[in-house]
Design a protein around this ligand. Sequence first.
Ligand code: NAP
Length: 491
Amino acid sequence: MAQATQSAEVDVEIAILGAGFAGLCMGIALQRDGQHDFVILERATEVGGTWRDNHYPGAACDIPSHLYSLSFAPKPDWSRVYPTQPELHAYLRQLAEDHGLRSKIRTGHDLLGADFDDARGIWRLTTSAGVITARKVVSGTGGLSEPKDPELPGLARFAGTTFHSAAWNHGYDLAGQRVAVIGTGASAVQFVPEIAPVVGHLDVYQRTPNWVIERGDRPYGRAAQWMFRHVPGLRAGYRAALYWKHEARVLAFVVHPALMRFPQRAAVRHIEAQVADPALRARVTPDYAFGCKRVLISNDWYPALQRSNVELVTSGIREVTPAGIVDATGKSRPVDCIIFATGFYATKNPIAARIRGVGGLSLAEAWKDGEEAYLGTLVRGFPNFFFIVGPNTGLGHNSMVFMIETQVAYIQRLLALMADADAARLEVRADVQARFNTALQQRLSGSIWATGCKSWYQHDSGKITALWPGFTFEFWRRTRVFDAADYELGS
Ligand code: NAP
């Protein structure tokens, strides 16, 4: 790829937003292409993205470590099947070191506004540490990076401590305290079993039960780690086997949702094996199809709910008082601390209001009826702006790191297309984006995710904006074999 030649007019050729998996992977790819005129703007003080921020007790990934890592940066000595947050964060820090990215990363640069200057064809990025102009922007800010607090009547009056699972307050000593956890999603099922033995009393507020299956975690012994390092092809073969095992799940998610009855039966058996009380069984059993909301994996969630100091509250929350929480039946429970395990702005991410493209239109306005992009990467009206983990690139069945690498390679191809055509501006054609999304939504309408539950995969309008509706290798193929006529190139 041609080296940037016009840097005199802008601070950098390319600004990458975020130093998580996506931003670091993009930076490494640019360096490989001989493009060194870039910066990575990071709002925090360290790299790591979601694996820096989600440091709650028990935080770990639900995708096996040998698959949830970059293909070009293998780690033979993963400590266990499912990587823990400290290990993943260390992996990402090491990645930044090994690839000499530290000098490119500007920490403490929170994006306050990104404005496209149509006349000059550049992006003006206003950050908490100053303004930076760039010819191109790659957003790697993540789909689940803005924690969402619940809107509960009276919450502002609460006299105790509150914090979100994605901003865990380790300075607050939970020992012996009366604690309420709101939410029972992927984060809660990990930290509730960890804090339950520590706190005095724990109320777990469940709005909707989730399907939970067994977690087949185990440590990798020294011998296995040695073999992954030294036996030719073993680690790569193991990774490939994990990939295809996960990929096969798409058949049930999208192709034949009726197949979900088999894992659903396993989930029912998991409840029956772990929950003796029929009344509790009924309260933790979802009334929607397995896979419609994100499936959780845990061996200690149901046991935690049955501890003598834990109460599962399913009657809803009427209000928060200065001293505690009143449920929908009027019963009041005093608490010292409320932990929000209430998820993220997967749609309507506040950052969208701060990104303004051609004519000053914000992404939030462009996406008012639901986020959409072309191959999760390009949005009409936002020239030279590339998304990683953009709309409809999320997965319910496989590793997001695969999608990130695929999108990074796609962006490299788009940048090469621009360089080859000596173009200063690239946009996807409006009709191409529209056709792509019509077909995408049609496929999603037959998926398990559209069978009637309410999930963070959906925009308020009901449109499924988070997920890719198919095999990840299809996404790979479509980003690899692309038609230059789908794009408008300008000087
Ligand atoms: P989440 O899955 O969105 O769960 C949020 C929970 O809070 C749900 O139980 C939700 O109930 C509840 N809730 C939200 N607002 C509420 C309100 N006002 N009142 C009462 N309850 C409320 O969030 P998360 O657990 O943080 O996980 C988000 C995603 O992050 C996961 O799905 C996953 O993709 C990723 N993640 C992955 C891992 C992992 O790999 N192990 C771990 C953590 C997170 P409803 O269901 O009724 O909306």
